[in-house]
Design a protein around this ligand. Structure first.
Ligand code: BGN
Length: 348
């Protein structure tokens, strides 16, 4: 028997304490663990509220979980995730509630088929437990130029926004696998560095300012920093550059606790086409002055193919380094001209 009172609901003797103020707390912060879809059958109003909005820490979380290498095929994964009915291109929505934030996971990618299969096997179950609405975008740079991870992040951001109005972006290495689902894949107003305790560094930060592996950015912050630098061809430095950009716009990143920000990392050999960058020290030296013209507003790339797979979107990119570098220079000149025109001397 269900009976409504002004302060709560009586169900066969059991009393669930729920006042209108507590409903407002669920509604406003969606932080608490105790709700999700458990408050059904209350008043009509509370039922609607609790089903509609996903909680930030839902009760479906399990905490630590194990990374398993996956030996199957993409077809196997398509079948496995069929019950979640992802839209073509791999847009997953939680079935239990409605999430307000749309997350795009951007993976800069080249020649890591096995890691990608592991990623696609490992990630969706965790994200669905976290009640995240998400799409995975794999941004593959073709082999003719050295790999440019940060440029692929710019491309992923711009291309994802052509598909839907994503509000949160997580830029993710393909070979880092979270192993604690309290590391929530949602955005806050500050950018977040999620890869805090990584297996290959004995579950520690390699150095205090490390800002690589996995970072979460709300859309507004990416716009503020003009995205990321386009100049880092080859391995190293591009993640330090992201950190430098934040400092220029007066922002700091935050991290989850190390017990949550844990990642398994499989061992792998050196990547072909991604030699250590010799330019990285020079680029980092002037990172802060390049932010206004080297980024989203000057990136040049060519989309050769967009494959909307059942469980993710795979975008193939070619980069003409010369064209790109010319365009970044032009943007610099353009901004300097604008600056001169608007300076008080020229206005007289
Ligand atoms: C740093 C690299 C990062 C890399 C981490 C972890 C550079 C720039 C010169 C100081 N930075 O040293 O890009 O993510 O190691 O491997 O090389």
């Amino acid at each position: 028997m269900l009976q409504s009172t002004s302060r709560g609901i009586q169900i066969s003797g059991a009393f669930i304490i729920i006042s209108m103020s507590s409903v407002m707390i669920y509604w406003n912060s969606y932080q608490t663990k105790s709700a999700d879809i458990t408050i059904v059958n209350l008043t009509r109003q509370t039922t609607e509220i609790s089903i509609k909005t996903c909680l930030k820490n839902p009760p479906s979380l399990v905490g630590h979980f194990v990374f398993h290498h996956f030996n199957g095929t993409l077809e196997d994964l398509n079948n496995k995730y069929q019950k979640y009915k992802p839209e073509l291109g791999g847009k997953f929505k939680p079935l239990e509630c409605q999430e307000r934030e749309k997350l795009a996971i951007i993976i800069p990618y080249r020649d890591r088929q096995r890691h990608l299969m592991d990623f696609l096997s490992h990630m969706p179950p965790m994200l669905l437990r976290q009640r995240v609405e998400f799409t995975i975008f794999v941004i593959e740079q073709d082999p003719q130029e050295k790999f440019n991870r940060a440029l692929m992040m710019n491309v992923g951001y711009l291309e994802a926004l052509k598909q839907d109005n994503y509000s949160c972006f997580i830029f993710h290495d393909v070979d880092m696998y979270p192993i604690n689902d309290n590391n929530i894949y949602k955005c806050s107003t500050s950018p977040r560095h999620l890869a805090v305790a990584v297996e290959k560094w004995k579950f520690r930060l390699p150095f205090r300012g490390y800002y690589g592996g996995v970072v979460a950015y709300p859309k507004a912050v990416i716009e503020k920093t003009n995205g990321f630098s386009n100049f880092y061809f080859g391995w190293g430095g591009e993640d330090d550059d992201l950190g430098a950009r934040l400092a220029v716009v007066g922002l700091k990143f935050v991290r989850p606790a190390a017990v949550y920000g844990r990642y398994a990392t499989p061992v792998h050999g050196k990547d072909k086409g991604n030699p250590v960058s010799k330019d990285r020290f020079r680029l980092l030296g002037n990172a802060k002055s390049r932010i206004w013209y080297d980024g989203l507003n000057s990136v040049v790339y060519n989309v050769s193919k967009i494959e909307k797979k059942k469980i993710y979107t795979h975008i193939h990119i070619t980069v003409d380094r010369q064209k790109l570098e010319e365009n970044v220079k032009l943007k610099n000149i353009e901004l300097e001209m604008q600056h001169l025109k608007s300076s008080p001397i020229n206005k007289q």
